[in-house]
Write a protein that binds this ligand. Structure first.
Ligand SMILES: *[C@@H]1O[C@H](CO)[C@@H](O)[C@H](O)[C@H]1NC(C)=O
Ligand SMILES: *[C@@H]1O[C@H](CO)[C@@H](O)[C@H](O)[C@H]1NC(C)=O
Ligand SMILES: *[C@@H]1O[C@H](CO)[C@@H](O)[C@H](O)[C@H]1NC(C)=O
Length: 499
């Protein structure tokens, strides 16, 4: 048969009736002959079929193609992975080449690199993949150079999942109240000991960190930070990963002075401390009206370590300025408020510190009042009893009033029988009474017995003080003074109350 006839027949038979190939000059044909010779394709059988090939022209005239141009393959370290090159209309004249990035890795049946094995069906096999095997691959079918891209992702040796999504080494934003599950998993043949930490502190609760699971229920501010997971396999280079968790929450609003003392004609500062994420705005409300800047009111914003502070300054105070101020803070998540009372009465006393020697306790409180303090009352009781005993003092002569700060120091010394005691204090100035300070607990140890018990009757001393409490209290556990019972008030330039 003449060469031209051969050419035509082959084109018809194998569906490459494509001008590049069939119009090729005889010289170029030689190259393609090599492919044909590799196969035991039987041309002879079709020799005489003059009708059929013509009909077939329409059907076979389609070059190789892929049903998908992009393929994504995920694998774990150590997996055996097969990357397919499943071309339609692939025929004996075609050859499949595999590339990783732009480097050829297999040429038809011959792998070029021993990481790879070329399979008969043009697939590429990788045994025991490592993260380094991940990347962009493509399979090219020659001569048409039809390509299919395959992205191979090989998981890290360790990964962190948040609600089943891989978030290793990424940032996550949670909302207050959310529920999330963090899982740390390793892909190592050896057994690993999973260790979680938050901001450098080992996590031992909240889920089961040892099994790699952390459950965050009702997420809040304190759950924010850097979570690190270590897959301790005993090696020098254990796998590890981290996630950075940001928590968005509605403002947390507080004040260190719920009652603010002022005097007529003076100016008063009302403090509103808050933390918020995202950023919040704050404003003050009095008698239902939002306060705006004026001769009366000014605002100061300051940044502190733990919070941001907005200070309302009320100038030239008079009776109409007394009462409740509401500090309202809001961000995109929500809002919160704190209430502050402005009055002429003393502020709530703040416990400062105490010393206990044997059964003698010395306690210090600080009180703010621009007006002179006229009286202080101390209540005490054993924790089990219902009624308070009271010591009431009028010690105006001891006032050593620091006019600048208006801070008073109250010192009280008393003897108590062994047991757990609650103590509270309130003060009066020329205008009125403060609230009681929160209870302060005092534990007097029994020298004879390590366990705290009601003391024997002979240790009980007489009660003291004006308007003392119920008699049972006195009998059981009254106190005596080694000094003249007194609330010693003195000026204090006390850092604690300083701003
Ligand atoms: C190619 O062969 C391999 C191994 O026999 C097989 O796992 C793979 O599925 C095959 N690919 C296609 C596209 O058939
Ligand atoms: C305080 O305010 C600044 C912006 O004024 C903000 O960046 C910061 O996060 C705030 N701090 C807190 C604890 O809310
Ligand atoms: C109590 O506090 C004051 C001031 O803060 C300090 O000077 C004093 O040493 C403290 N006393 C005790 C017993 O800690």
């Amino acid at each position: 048969m003449r060469a031209a006839t051969w050419m035509l027949l082959i084109c018809l038979l194998i569906g490459l009736f494509n001008s590049d190939f069939c119009d090729a000059s005889p010289i170029e044909d030689v190259a393609y002959d090599d492919y044909r010779n590799d196969d035991n394709f039987d041309y002879d059988g079709e020799d005489s079929g003059t009708e059929a090939p013509l009909v077939a022209v329409e059907e076979v005239n389609v070059p190789p193609y892929f049903e998908q141009e992009e393929i994504f393959v995920k694998a774990k370290p150590g997996d055996d992975v097969i990357l397919n090159c499943d071309a339609r209309n692939f025929d004996i004249t075609n050859v499949a080449l595999w590339y990783k990035k732009d480097q050829i890795v297999s040429n038809g049946p011959n792998a070029i690199n021993n990481r790879f094995e070329a399979l008969r069906n043009n697939s590429l096999r990788l045994a025991g993949v490592t993260p380094e095997d991940g990347g962009d691959y493509y399979c090219a079918i020659l001569p048409q150079n039809v390509r299919q891209h395959t992205t191979l992702t090989v998981a890290a040796r360790l990964s962190i999942l948040c609600d089943d999504r891989d978030v290793t080494d990424r940032s996550q934003t949670f909302k207050q109240g959310d529920h999330h599950r963090l899982v740390c998993q390793t892909f190592l043949p050896t057994k690993t000991d999973i260790k979680w930490s938050l901001n450098g502190q080992r996590l031992t609760s909240a889920g089961d960190p040892a099994s790699g699971v952390i459950v965050l229920d009702n997420v809040d501010e304190e759950d924010a930070g850097v979570y690190q997971c270590l897959g301790d396999d005993g090696s020098n280079d254990p796998p590890h990963g981290m996630i950075n968790v940001d928590v968005q929450y509605s403002p947390k609003v507080s004040t260190h002075r719920h009652h603010v003392n002022t005097q007529e004609g003076g100016s008063a500062e009302i403090y509103c401390d808050y933390r918020a994420n995202p950023i919040a705005i704050s404003f003050f409300i009095k008698d239902g009206k939002t306060l705006s800047l004026s001769d009366k009111y000014s605002i100061k914003n300051s940044l502190h370590k733990q919070h941001n502070r907005t200070t309302l300054i009320v100038k030239n105070t008079d009776d109409s300025d007394l009462g409740e101020y509401l500090c309202h803070v809001e961000n995109s998540i929500g809002s919160n408020e704190v209430r502050v009372q402005l009055s002429y009465a003393p502020e709530t006393p703040q416990f400062e510190n105490s010393t206990i020697e044997g059964n003698k306790v010395t306690m210090h409180w600080l009180v703010r009042s621009l007006q002179p303090l006229s009286e202080a009352v101390l209540d005490y009781k054993l924790s089990k009893s219902i009624h308070w005993s009271t010591v009431s003092m009028i010690k105006t002569q001891h006032h050593n009033h620091d006019k600048e700060s208006g801070i008073w120091k109250i010192t009280h010394e008393m003897e108590l029988t062994p047991g757990l005691w609650h103590v509270r204090v309130k003060t009066k100035n020329t205008v009125g009474w403060s609230n009681f300070a929160p209870n302060h607990d005092v534990v007097i140890k029994d020298p004879e017995d390590s366990s705290v018990e009601t003391p024997p009757e002979d240790l009980v001393r007489a009660g003291f003080g004006i308007g003392g409490g119920d008699s049972e209290e006195k009998k059981n556990a009254a106190c005596t003074f080694s000094l003249v019972p007194a609330l010693i008030m003195s000026a204090g330039s006390i850092a604690l109350l300083r701003l």
